[in-house]
Every structure is written in structure tokens, then in C-alpha cells.
Design a protein around this ligand. Structure first.
Ligand SMILES: Cc1cc2nc3c(=O)[nH]c(=O)nc-3n(C[C@H](O)[C@H](O)[C@H](O)COP(=O)(O)OP(=O)(O)OC[C@H]3O[C@@H](n4cnc5c(N)ncnc54)[C@H](O)[C@@H]3O)c2cc1C
Length: 357
């Protein structure tokens, strides 16, 4: 009789539970989840991602999807459409519950300070370096007293808001003509007082939707490091953000985590070993480092850079680029749209350029 091995998974966030689900589904191992209590009261939130071939399970659990999305600046609205890769939203609580139900993993509440014997995977966050940018935000799930939104179009970035505290945009996912998640999001070093984001949301809705009367049913908040946060000491055991599944230029992680989980299963099927590999290509990590260096050193260029990227690609190209699946032709097209000198200087020495030296 063969005995199913037990794998310890540290943490009970997206990476651990997504992996536990797949271990059970393929019937290759039983997961034992060891987690502290730090996230037990974390409010529910939305994960956004573009539909990709490795995300069928997540798409089946998504609550909404949009085949059209906009990126808006003072100068223009870039409108993208993709039938192949719609933008989807998924409730974190729903996904984690779905994964926990399938995995049937036993959970041990314990603050891990040492690593367990192999096989194990670790998703504890790694402390971020000093001086990096964060993507920090507050989002309000609102219900308006009248129809003001176009439920067919997601607004991924609308830069028509206060820019005095850093690169600032509004993210608006309409789930009906009078309901939406509206998020005030900044890319900057300093997190702000919550009244800043709340005032920005109010002012945006008043200015662009003539809307002042609405109920807030739920609030979500986050601060995601926009940097390479990999654990370089034990990379083959590291999963999730710790394992390099967080895209440093965007803060997106959900899609990359699912890709990483699929990679762990296929590596095991081929070799019999348990090993995690960063789901982001070295090329993408390098591009992101250069990109973030330019945003930090030349903030005045930031909005025009996002505008240029969006304009240079069609919807499917943009979705594949954001999901780490861009072709070389797409990368070249995008690079040619960028201001040359800042990117050349940043490419030569990203760290020095970021510090303005
Ligand atoms: C509000 C919010 C919205 C987001 N929206 C998106 C989005 O739209 N799209 C997207 O792609 N990404 C999004 N992200 C980013 C992405 O969700 C996260 O980066 C991702 O969830 C990381 O998952 P993870 O499993 O690697 O880590 P986490 O979810 O951070 O899990 C880490 C786990 O480790 C546990 N832990 C920590 N320390 C210890 C310890 N000492 N001992 C034991 N356990 C410990 C914690 O309790 C937790 O369970 C969002 C993040 C937030 C917070």
C-alpha cells in the first residue's frame, strides 16, 4: 500500500491554500497548514486577474468579468477589449474557502520561527527593503441611489485625481449600473492617513459621476510592496509573494501564484521532487526593476508612461503582458513607446538611478 506523503505549508493565504487544493486534487500529497493568527481577521477583498489558460479553476469561481477596460488620463481614454482574456474579479474569502474545502487540509495555529523538515513550502512574507514604493489603497464597495456606472467596462486606472502625494489613480470595478468597487490607489513610499483615500474616492465620484449619495457596504485596504520580495535563502521552498509570485511593477500576485502552483505539480510529476520556481521570467523581473527605478526617479513621467504602454498594445497583448505571458514582439512594441533616455539610464544601474544619483 502506498502512503500519501504529508507536506507542511507555512501560512494560510492564497499560495498555501491554492497549493493545498491542487495537492489534494491530484492526490499526490496531504497538506498540513501551519499558520499564525495574523491574518485571521483580515477583511475580505477582491482579486483581479486576466483570464489565462492556467486560471480555469479561478475563472469558474470569479464573480464578475469584463471584456472591456479603460485606462484614463487627462489627455485620453485608452479603451482595451479582449474576448480571449477578460478581466475577472474573485472574492478572496470565496477562493480561500473553495481551496480549503477541496484540500481538507488540517490547520495548526502556530507562529513559525524555524523551518520544518522537508518537504515543506513557506509563504511567510519577507520584510521589504527600505526606500521602495508600495501600492497602497483603500477601496469602497458602494451602492449608489441611481444608475451611474457602465457595468460592461472596468476602469483599471483613472489618473484624473490628486497627484500631490505620489502617483495616484482610481480603480473602479462596476458590478451593476449602481454598484462598484472604487479604490483610491497610490504608488509611493509613504502610506497615508485613511482620510486621504476616502476623500479622494468621494471627490472622484462627485466630479466624474456627479454622485454624492451612496452607501458603503464594505471597505478593503492594502499595502503591497512594489519590489522583488523573494526569499533568496531557500528559494525552492518559497511560494507566493515570498517565492517571487508578486509582480514588482503592478502588485498583481494571484495569477502568478496559480502559475507557480501548476509548476510545482508538473515538476513533481516529472521528477518526483518538490520544488518551487519563481513564476516570473528573469526578463520580466529585470524589466520591472528598471520600470520601478524610472517611476521613482522621474515621477513627473509616470502617467505618460502608463498612457504610452496602454496605447501601444491591444487588449489581448496588454492582458498577456500584465500576466507575464507577453511575446517578444509585444515587449519590443511596448519598449519603443517609452521615453528612451530615462529607461537606458535606469537599465544601466537601476538601484543608483532609483535613488536619483
Ligand atoms: C487588499 C488586497 C488586494 C489585493 N488585490 C490583488 C489583486 O486584485 N490582484 C492580484 O493579483 N493581487 C492582489 N493582491 C496581492 C495578493 O493578493 C497578495 O500579494 C497575495 O495574496 C499573497 O499571497 P501569499 O499566500 O503569498 O501571502 P499572504 O496572503 O500574505 O499569506 C501569508 C501567510 O503567512 C502567515 N504567516 C505570516 N507570518 C507567519 C509566521 N511567523 N508563522 C506562521 N504563519 C505566518 C499569514 O498569517 C498568512 O496566512 C492584493 C492584496 C491585498 C492585501
Amino acid at each position: 500500500m502506498t502512503v500519501t506523503p504529508e507536506i507542511t505549508l507555512i501560512g494560510s493565504g492564497c499560495a498555501s491554500l491554492s497549493l493545498a487544493k491542487e495537492l489534494a486534487r491530484h492526490n499526490v500529497a496531504r497538506a498540513k497548514i501551519v499558520t499564525d493568527k495574523s491574518y485571521q481577521d483580515r477583511p475580505d477583498h477582491i482579486w483581479g486577474f486576466w483570464q489565462m489558460p492556467w486560471l480555469d479553476d479561478a475563472v469558474s469561481q470569479a464573480t464578475h468579468s469584463w471584456k472591456q477596460w479603460h485606462i484614463i488620463t487627462d489627455n485620453m481614454t485608452v479603451s482595451h477589449k479582449s474576448d480571449e482574456h477578460p478581466y475577472c474579479s474573485l472574492h478572496a474569502g470565496k477562493w480561500l474557502g473553495y481551496c480549503a474545502d477541496i484540500s481538507g487540509a488540517k490547520e495548526v495555529i502556530e507562529e513559525v520561527t524555524d523551518t520544518p523538515p522537508a518537504p515543506y513550502f513557506d509563504s511567510r512574507p519577507v520584510p521589504a527593503d527600505e526606500g521602495i514604493f508600495y501600492q497602497h489603497f483603500i477601496g469602497h464597495h458602494i451602492k449608489a441611489d441611481r444608475d451611474v456606472f457602465n457595468p460592461d467596462v472596468a476602469i483599471l486606472m483613472d489618473f484624473r485625481c490628486d497627484q500631490s502625494q505620489g502617483l495616484h489613480f482610481m480603480y473602479l470595478l462596476p458590478t451593476s449600473a449602481n454598484e462598484a468597487l472604487v479604490e483610491s490607489t497610490l504608488f509611493s513610499e509613504q502610506l497615508l492617513d485613511k482620510t486621504y483615500y476616502e476623500t479622494a474616492i468621494k471627490s472622484y465620484l462627485a466630479t466624474h459621476y456627479d454622485l454624492s449619495s451612496y452607501e458603503v457596504s464594505h471597505v478593503e485596504t492594502g499595502a503591497i510592496p512594489l519590489a522583488d520580495c523573494r526569499d533568496k535563502s531557500a528559494p525552492h521552498h518559497a511560494i507566493g509573494a515570498r517565492g517571487g509570485a508578486l509582480r514588482p511593477s503592478s502588485g498583481y500576485a494571484f495569477s502568478f501564484i496559480q502559475k507557480q502552483v501548476a509548476g510545482i505539480l508538473s515538476h513533481h510529476a516529472r521528477t518526483g521532487d518538490w520544488q518551487a520556481i519563481s513564476p516570473l521570467a528573469p526578463r520580466d523581473l529585470w524589466m520591472d526593476k528598471v520600470f520601478m527605478a524610472v517611476l521613482q526617479a522621474r515621477p513627473e513621467l509616470s502617467i505618460s508612461i502608463f498612457e504610452a504602454i496602454a496605447k501601444s498594445l491591444d487588449g489581448s497583448e496588454f492582458a498577456r503582458f500584465m500576466s507575464g505571458n507577453a511575446s517578444l514582439a509585444t515587449i519590443l512594441k511596448m519598449m519603443l513607446s517609452m521615453p528612451k533616455w530615462p529607461f537606458i539610464k535606469a537599465a544601466l544601474s537601476p538601484r543608483t538611478y532609483r535613488r536619483g544619483m
